[in-house]
Write a protein that binds this ligand. Sequence first.
Ligand SMILES: Cc1cc2nc3c(=O)[nH]c(=O)nc-3n(C[C@H](O)[C@H](O)[C@H](O)COP(=O)(O)O)c2cc1C
Ligand SMILES: Nc1ncnc2c1ncn2[C@@H]1O[C@H](COP(=O)(O)OP(=O)(O)OP(=O)(O)O)[C@@H](O)[C@H]1O
Length: 176
Amino acid sequence: MLEVHAANEKLILPKSIITIGAFDGVHRGHQKVIRETVRESAIEGVQSVVYTFDPPPRAYFQDAHILTSVKEKIQRFKKLGVDYVVIAPFDESYTKRSPESFINELKRLNPKSIRVGEDFRFGKSREGDVDLLKKYFLVQPIHTVCCTKGTRISSTRIRELILEGDIQQTEPLLGW
Ligand SMILES: Cc1cc2nc3c(=O)[nH]c(=O)nc-3n(C[C@H](O)[C@H](O)[C@H](O)COP(=O)(O)O)c2cc1C
Ligand SMILES: Nc1ncnc2c1ncn2[C@@H]1O[C@H](COP(=O)(O)OP(=O)(O)OP(=O)(O)O)[C@@H](O)[C@H]1O
């Protein structure tokens, strides 16, 4: 059964496997990251957690078109077998938090490992990176999922295709 928590509820877990990101569109790249998180959590016998943002940071900073509502993202996380979703309200005060403050928040979830891409950034002005995260947690990189043309699947690419009116091409990238 999926549990949804707002970040300010300060959820505490004894052990977990976490993935973090905007996950806008819950495309095939996201699905792989989440499936690996769920698979590892089952092997370890601990809870799987998706920590996500509302709105997606790119929608907040760059006014990007939002592909999936929070409600729809939650439904897709549920289908992928996630145990917990933590939703951070991505607003002005949240964006000003330091990387260390975010790390302290993650500590409450006691992650055995964190699954994010090598280019993951966090904290004000994107100051925190994977090297900083690795000082506190085991961080396991995810192999990039590409489309048949060989380019990385991303929410940005899907937004571009929608703007070009090429909905058909978004389907193999979204995988739903
Ligand atoms: C506490 C916190 C503060 C953030 N502040 C900023 C910021 O000031 N500027 C920015 O561009 N992104 C900021 N971000 C967003 C990150 O750059 C990044 O988009 C987010 O961690 C999601 O990762 P993803 O883009 O790989 O999905 C912040 C993220 C967190 C967790
Ligand atoms: N194609 C992909 N293959 C593997 N992992 C991916 C892929 N796309 C995103 N991820 C991972 O999923 C998590 C969430 O990514 P994020 O929401 O930033 O996706 P994105 O598609 O890169 O978004 P945007 O284009 O808006 O920056 C991150 O850990 C990221 O590294």
